[in-house]
Design a protein around this ligand. Sequence first.
Ligand code: GTP
Ligand code: SPV
Ligand code: MN
Length: 580
Amino acid sequence: MTSNKTLSQWVAQVARHTQADKVHWCDGSDAEYRDLVKGMLATGMLAELNRTTHPNCYLHRSDPQDVARVEHLTFICSRSRDDAGPNNHWMDPAAAHAKIDALFAGSMRGRTLYVIPYCMGPIDSPLARCGVEITDSPYVVANMKIMTRMGKAALQRIEKEGKFVKGLHSTGDLNPERRFIMHFPEELSIKSFGSGYGGNALLGKKCHALRIASWQARSEGWLAEHMLIVGIQNPQDEIRYVAAAFPSACGKTNLAMLIPPASHQGWKVWTVGDDICWMHLGEDGRLWAINPEAGYFGVVPGTNPKTNKNAFDMIRHDTIFTNVAVTADNQPWWEGLKDGTPVTDWKGEPYKPGNGKAAHPNSRFTVSAKQNPSYSPHAEDAHGVPISAIIFGGRRAEMTPLVYEARDWTHGVLIGAGAASETTAAATGQVGVVRRDPMAMKPFCGYNFADYWNHWLSFNKRSSKLPKIFHVNWFRQGPDGKFLWPGFGENLRVLRWILDRCDGKAQALSTPIGFLPADGAVDTHDLDVSAETMRTLLTVDREKWQAEIRAMQEYFQGYGPRMPAKLLAELQATQTALAK
Ligand code: GTP
Ligand code: SPV
Ligand code: MN
């Protein structure tokens, strides 16, 4: 099936070990997708949704114990434990292989083994990278078809280059006791067992494009980040690109697809990517970014015509829904939708309001980027798009201002490294707990964070044209628990201040934590937010920030002598300024 010997031997060896019934090499065609869907409808793995309102849309109900990423079962298996760092769970590679190979033994008996050659990034891009995922889940194959450039063209590129990341996946029996997501960065390989959930099972995404790619990026001098990429076009038709790192379920997809509010005639937003960004330093000294993905695996709840009309429209056809509820006339339903009433919940049981949410809070849509009305014509550019600003962010009910700007690159790296956010339903475990999530990469950095921050700092020596760095927080709450900032489309107002700052235009005040917008510098015309609320959103509470700095110091101590001294000095400078 392939001229690449490493690949054919690996597939044969896995087929023997897992005792797969059949081997299917995916060609990535639409006919193949239709056949897969037909097969899954027959076994009940998919159910068809209302054909009239949602043509070619399907519902997958996962095992109720398999609905999110499992960080406690995710391992970086580097030879040295220190290379994985305190930010990762580590296992010795030999021990890890032995443990997970025992689970794979015979796991595909009675099942088809699918071979999925895929390309992360535009197929003709020198920045793109290929992989092959072996899986026994047709649901994974269908999702990979939407999320990556999958099939023939990818296989051809692999045969030409002779290089690919090996990913082995089996859903096993979905028992959480026998579930592991293991990464072997030195071998460029991934082994995932016991889960069918996106981030655990679609190996091109978090496992390859972030954990393995971040390791490669460090040794090769580029960046693999958990960032959206968005183009912002002003009324003069100039387009500038911004990359933003927010933790899981903290607003990347929404910002990437933003629709300008009615007050902003002449503005337009273009989506390049909504989750992952690979950035390389160009010959011109700027950072150039590609989106390695070809589709969106997005959070469903909260999606409606007011919050995100682009997403709402794009998931009306040819979409896979995972763990949403359904209405009496078989339409998908989720919390945040104004219309319709759920009759069956995400588990497939009759919906009763007392039994919790109708749709799972981490229910997801899988949809091709081509269906996005705001998909950028430059998203397929082989060399990517130039980045003007980098934004870090998080979900903080208190303290963190709506927006602030780093003094310089090193300070910006500190802002990213010190970022924290409330946990969400995207990973198993408690929701709403503030934790450090540096650069929104806590679950995804494939190596020691201390080395990662050093890598970020090193760009300063390589270019004088790096983007400016900012931090945003859309999630401040008032005493009544309501969000103080309207968010969504109105976030364009903050993006405008950011881009104006890049042009040296907007007014700012220098504070100990960085530059904050001067009074009135964030445009609030036609916006129902009082001047008092704006002041609350844009002040630095010194006492709270002093405590925050202490929390960062404590966190950084965990990285011991590998911790970059430059970041500690920068933190010390902030602390001194706050004490004045
Ligand atoms: P992952 O796919 O997990 O990486 O998440 P994401 O960062 O792409 O988050 P997404 O855009 O899907 O948003 C997650 C949730 O936050 C959804 O329920 C959104 O409706 C909500 N949300 C997004 N942007 C905003 C905002 O500006 N304000 C408020 N209040 N909520 C928002
Ligand atoms: C996230 O959790 O950040 C996601 C969803 O984007 S998953 O791909 O499942 O990790
Ligand atoms: Mn994500």
